[in-house]
Ligand binder design. Structure first.
Ligand SMILES: Nc1ncnc2c1ncn2[C@@H]1O[C@H](COP(=O)(O)OP(=O)(O)OP(=O)(O)O)[C@@H](O)[C@H]1O
Length: 564
């Protein structure tokens, strides 16, 4: 039907198309266009799927025509553009989903409540090329090609049908149209097909595919979780330790054994508690640098001098220079107290234990004091270590007659551990407490947290730095002056409020994208964040700290704090 010599990338028209119905014609036309571009493997798959699901719209003639077109392309694979067609894409599953995926670049094909995208395509209400012509589909296309299954093209000793296995055969489902002859298409000039080259490429591809071999769910699980080999299907005794089948759970369970077993200081501590602390309380987040904390110059320099240097050089900071065991960071919420704690840990190369008082008192009800003991013991083993206690006021609130016995015991245990910890010259353990309600702190605890630093709301300069830091990873066209202006407008905002403001502003460009393009638009086509986005965001994000609260912090700072 097609002359190989004439091939110029355009699939010749079938002259006998006359009897094809309008719907078929339009579908076929769509398909031909995509074949001409030779870049639309998805259309191939789609047609396959369409045949299976919507066979009524295709007659034998149209299917033959498509089959011939594809085989023509297969045979003319000398042309670079046709390389993609050398294998059978019939292994694709869920072609409809692939089709739907290609829709966003074509607004007409977007599925609606009445019609799926494939239905729209078949009813010819859209003239798009399945949305796969543009350059950015290259990766998708390559991905398709990678997953193609090659047919075995070694023809020796095979039937004539098998010999055509290198040819495209539609994957017909149960609904295949009656009387359809898919093996009709024959190579026109067999010598045009360079079988040797094809075989080489096939072998190469086969070995590549073999490397990415299919794995069953069980195999995949065992590969990612080797410890499970022992338990899955193995005989287990009643006294055996429970091994969770969850991925990664074994590592979590077994990690403490490798780290802490045999340490004298932990011999009286419940191994379950040690596990809990090592798996849940040690914070392994990204290290925080001093520059990540905007403003707070005074607090930062006091902490450096009183905490960081002594932890780094315990040999110099002895006797009167000995650092405090505990510091208290107090101030309005969202001002960077936790950030400072993490930064101290990162700068001292210390292990960071982050625990919230409420988790001590609620999570391990009845075991709270044991937990406190375990926390200090494990931290001692991990020296240098920083124990950061958020909401320390609820752990060490002023004692009263009405309080629960368990709470009182936890408090007492904490103070005992605090006094007993880091008593040796070489010990490098620091307790950092953070609170928004310093006035509720027990006075015994207040005395032990020797350095009490007020962490106020950020100044204009700090707010500017927070905006600049947060915008660093976003495309924006804000000038220095505009950032400064926003900083002036955000008086009374905490660091966390500034973060919310920037997030809200960053949504501005996304909101300006028409709804119909939101799924398909390329990232670099979204406009940069601009000053107007911040002005709009200011209407939605208000400061979270009241002036009354601020007055209380200032007063407490003057009485008990460092006074700056
Ligand atoms: N000074 C600051 N510099 C940079 N970012 C800040 C600053 N203060 C707050 N932030 C931002 O606010 C977020 C919350 O800060 P953080 O958790 O340290 O506050 P906090 O004082 O511990 O709050 P809370 O008292 O509610 O626990 C941080 O993740 C950070 O993005």
């Amino acid at each position: 039907m097609f002359e190989t010599e004439q091939f110029d990338g355009v699939v010749p028209e079938d002259t006998n198309d006359d009897h094809i119905s309008t719907i078929n014609k339009s579908s076929l036309q769509q398909y031909k266009i995509s074949l001409q571009s030779s870049s639309n493997i998805a259309s191939h798959i789609l047609l396959n799927d369409a045949w299976c699901k919507h066979s009524e719209v295709f007659n034998d003639k149209s299917v033959d025509h498509i089959t011939n077109s594809i085989n023509f392309l297969l045979q003319n694979r000398k042309n670079d553009k046709v390389q993609l067609w050398k294998s059978s894409p019939s292994s694709f599953q869920n072609a409809e989903a692939i089709f739907e995926k290609s829709l966003p670049s074509c607004p007409n094909c977007i599925p609606n409540s009445e019609c799926s995208g494939l239905d729209t395509f078949l009813s010819n209400s859209c003239k798009c090329n399945l949305g796969l012509k543009s350059d950015n589909r290259h990766t998708e296309k390559t991905q398709f090609v990678k997953t193609l299954n090659y047919n075995d093209n070694s023809n020796e000793g095979k039937s004539s049908d098998e010999q055509r296995s290198g040819l495209f055969k539609p994957r017909f489902g149960k609904t295949r149209p009656k009387g359809l002859n898919t093996a009709k298409a024959q190579p026109n000039t067999a010598q045009d097909i360079d079988m040797n080259k094809m075989e080489e490429e096939y072998k190469e591809e086969k070995s590549r595919v073999a490397k990415i071999s299919f794995k069953t769910a069980k195999e995949a699980f065992l590969a990612s979780n080797p410890a499970a080999r022992r338990t899955l299907g193995a005989t287990r005794k009643a006294q055996n330790k429970f091994v969770s089948p969850m991925i990664g759970a074994q590592e979590k369970q077994e990690a403490p054994e490798t780290f802490t077993t045999g340490d004298e200081r932990l011999k009286h501590i419940d191994p379950k508690m040690i596990e809990l602390i090592e798996s849940e309380i040690i914070d392994k987040g990204t290290p925080i640098m001093w520059d990540d904390i905007a403003g707070l110059q005074l607090a930062k320099s006091v902490i450096q001098e009183a905490v960081v240097w002594p932890l780094l050089r315990p040999d110099i900071f002895t006797g009167l220079r000995r650092p405090p065991k505990g510091i208290l960071l107090f101030g309005p919420p969202g001002t960077g107290k936790t950030l400072i704690g993490k930064c101290v840990a990162a700068q001292c190369h210390a292990t960071f234990f982050s625990i919230s008082a409420s988790s001590l008192t609620s999570k391990w009800i009845g075991d709270g004091e044991k937990m406190v003991r375990a926390l200090f013991a494990v931290a001692t083993c991990h020296q240098p270590a920083v124990i950061f206690i958020d909401e320390i006021d609820s752990l060490l609130s002023a004692r009263s007659d009405s309080e629960h016995e368990a709470t009182r015991r936890i408090k007492t245990e904490f103070l005992v551990q605090f006094d007993g910890a880091a008593t040796g010259e070489e010990d490098r353990l620091l307790i950092i407490g953070a609170t928004n309600r310093p006035q509720e702190l027990d006075e015994a605890a207040r005395r032990r947290l020797v350095k009490r630093l007020y962490i106020p709301l950020p100044e204009a300069d700090a707010r500017k730095q927070i905006i600049s830091n947060l915008l660093r990873n976003e495309t924006n066209d804000l000038t220095e002056q505009q950032i400064e202006h926003i900083a002036q407008l955000t008086e009374g905002y905490s660091g966390a409020d500034m973060r919310s403001l920037c997030s809200e502003a960053a949504m501005g460009p996304v909101r300006s994208v028409p709804l119909s393009q939101i799924v398909s638009i390329q990232r670099d086509k979204v406009r940069p964040v601009c000053a107007q986005d911040f002005i709009n965001a200011l209407q939605r994000v208000r400061p979270s700290v009241s002036q009354d609260d601020l007055g209380q912090y200032v007063k407490w700072n003057q009485t008990y704090g460092q006074g700056f």
